[in-house]
Design a protein around this ligand. Structure first.
Ligand code: FRU
Length: 515
């Protein structure tokens, strides 16, 4: 017979083994393995099919890269939530971009070293068969390299770090971080996120023959230059709102154009344009996600040639609630990017996510006016595909995480007058710890165009893809266990549901540790 004591010891050992496989997440946090895993396993707010670390804090995705049959994804990790500790590079890999396996921490701050205060964001690339990371050591912000000689199992920091010790001489800069490196002809090129004080964000461009000695060339692209560009509809880009520092630049070719992503300390902006003479000229621009809860996006090309993007899904609840939960942040679902015939960036959820679909419910061709419950559909891990003609309704869409008697509910809708996709979280939670924001994503439907919403509901994470061109992320923390209901609604008029397909989504792990 197994005694209670023996059971606790055995399960603690099992969890400790799991957690130490995840490279001392536990040792760093100082919590017992047992308490932590129990708390996470029963936490209904913890996503079940989004990637996130075994515990504690995650922010930016770093250096996604394919290597020998796996996609490796790194991420900014801290063993404490608030106050945050120095950043590490957490590490995981996946064969299908859906299921993940946690690996030992890739980079840790070296006491007394250049990254003593943290290994900040960066990228991964391969140099003559050697996987290499480039990241920012802090403080001050300097650019550093690390390499792996064992297929990314362990990483060794370059003895000659930093490879770039300070920003170029000239106007004062507001930051100097988040490098990215790629090969062009017989040179290496590197971008570093920065900003000119009082002017706005910029992306510095560097070149090198050997990855060690770098020459500063010029800004690849800056905020004011973009604003002067004739083809940009005036008023759309707000450099004040964009902050005076551009973080996490990501620059890549796509569909005959080049795309630059910058995180503006608010949201992630994309620019589509041309790249020649080592300068980028923007022709089109927009947002990767209209909500500020998706941040620091990073992409890589997969073996099929698809450009896949991940971002950091931020929390929208109090610091105390995040500490109490023992985890904070998640990585967004992977999005596949493409350029459409108008030169705009389009984003769709990675098709492989359909493998997680379980039970299916369908409604076809029905008219909606007021609230229509769909009692056959309920849950907190769902994918909902809605094709709707908003008709004459002022606002129409779906209601999710609805409790009996409407004590809690979240609506995801289209507001025809304002042409916004809306995630309304004002009544999502009775908890005073939860934010009550309304998230708005601009979406102009063309005459006759139907509204096509793909909604991914996963614990506290809501990701909405609208007509392949507007994405919106929300966070919800329903306090009631029975807030699982779904329904359709149309306000002030009638809307027609062409089709509604809802799927229960399978978890990617048994224990909400996502591995
Ligand atoms: C973006 C960012 C980066 C920085 C990292 C630190 O969220 O501020 O600029 O490298 O987070 O974790």
């Amino acid at each position: 017979m197994i005694t209670r004591r023996k059971f606790i010891v055995q399960s603690t050992l099992a969890v400790t083994a799991l957690v130490s496989r995840c490279s001392n997440y536990e040792a760093q946090s100082g919590r017992t393995a047992d308490m932590l895993s129990k708390r996470l396993a029963i936490d209904p707010h913890r996503p079940q099919y989004h990637f996130l670390p075994p515990a504690n804090w995650v922010n930016d995705p770093n250096g996604p890269i394919f290597w020998k049959g796996y996609c490796h994804l790194f991420y900014q990790y801290s063993s404490t939530i608030f106050p945050q500790g120095p950043k590490y590079w957490g590490h995981a890999r996946s064969k299908d971009l859906v299921h993940w396996e946690h690996l030992p921490m890739a980079l840790s701050p070296t006491p007394g070293g250049l990254d003593k205060d943290g290994c900040w964001s960066g990228s991964a690339f391969v140099n003559q068969g050697v996987p290499t990371l480039v990241y920012t050591g802090v403080f001050p912000q300097v650019q550093c390299l690390a390499t792996s000689g064992d297929d990314m199992a362990t990483w060794k920091k370059f003895a000659g770090n930093p490879v770039v010790a300070s920003p170029p001489a000239g106007p004062a800069v507001t930051g100097f971080r988040d490098p990215s490196i790629w090969r062009e002809g017989n040179a290496w090129l590197m971008t570093v996120g920065a900003g000119f004080q009082g002017q706005g964000g910029t992306v510095f461009l560097y070149a090198s023959k050997d990855l060690v000695h770098w020459d500063y060339l010029h800004p690849l692209f800056s905020a004011p230059a973009f604003e002067r560009h004739d083809s940009v509809p005036s008023g759309r880009y707000d450099s004040a709102g964009a902050g005076d520092m551009w973080e996490c630049p990501d620059f890549f070719p796509l569909g005959g154009k080049h795309v630059l992503l910058v995180s503006t300390q608010g949201r992630v902006h994309y620019f589509v344009g041309t790249y020649s003479d080592r300068k980028f000229r923007a022709e089109n621009q927009g947002l990767i996600d209209d909500s500020s809860l998706h941040y620091a996006s990073k992409t890589c090309e997969d073996p099929q040639g698809r450009r896949v993007l991940w971002g950091w899904v931020r929390e929208a609840r109090s610091d105390a609630a995040q500490n109490a939960a023992g985890w904070s942040g998640a990585i967004s679902l992977p999005r596949v990017l493409r350029i459409d015939s108008q030169g705009a960036l389009r984003m769709d959820p990675l098709p492989e996510l359909t493998r997680l679909r379980g039970r299916h419910f369908q409604i076809a061709n029905s008219e909606v006016s007021g609230f229509v419950p769909t009692p056959q559909i309920q849950g907190s891990a769902l994918e909902i595909q809605l094709v709707m003609d908003p008709g004459g309704a002022k606002e129409a869409g779906i209601v999710v995480r609805r409790s009996p008697y409407e004590a809690e509910e979240t609506t995801i809708s289209y507001d025809a007058a304002t042409q916004y996709v809306v995630i309304a979280t004002g009544r999502s939670s009775q908890s005073p710890d939860a934010d009550r924001r309304t998230h708005l994503g601009g979406l102009k439907l063309n005459p006759g165009e139907l509204l096509r919403l793909a909604v991914f509901l996963d614990g506290s994470v809501v990701e909405v893809f609208a007509n392949g061109r507007t994405c919106l992320t929300g966070r919800i923390y329903p306090a009631r266990a029975d807030s699982l209901g779904v329904g359709l609604f149309a306000k002030d008029g009638r809307a027609r549901v062409k089709s509604l397909d809802a799927y229960e989504m399978r978890a990617i792990s048994r224990d909400r540790l996502t591995t």
